[in-house]
Design a protein around this ligand. Structure first.
Ligand code: SF4
Length: 88
């Protein structure tokens, strides 16, 4: 299963709430000293969660949400497991 990392530039967030409307499963607004800012509940998501988080990124008016595929870690584990099977 492919995993994705959420890259969020909090300093650019204007707290409009569009992402929380689009993807309330993973985005919430938190009030801080500098007003409301969005916050992802999870910084890493799976295939099932990708679409709604990508829609949140697409709808963000200041483009401060990016969704990136996580590659290396899973591949290393798969290669390691494959070596074990081949030696058994
Ligand atoms: S849509 Fe973008 S600017 Fe609006 S609250 Fe979410 S992250 Fe912040």
């Amino acid at each position: 299963m492919v995993r994705y990392k959420i890259v969020f530039e909090k300093k650019d967030c204007i707290g409009c709430g569009a992402c929380t409307s689009q993807c309330p499963e993973n985005w919430e607004l938190i009030e801080g000293e500098d007003g409301f800012k969005a916050k992802p509940k999870k910084s890493e998501i799976n295939d099932d969660e990708y679409s709604s988080n990508q829609e949140a990124a697409d709808i963000c008016p200041v483009d401060c949400i990016k969704i990136e595929k996580v590659k290396a870690r899973k591949k290393i584990v798969e290669d390691f497991d494959q070596d074990l099977y081949e030696e058994a």
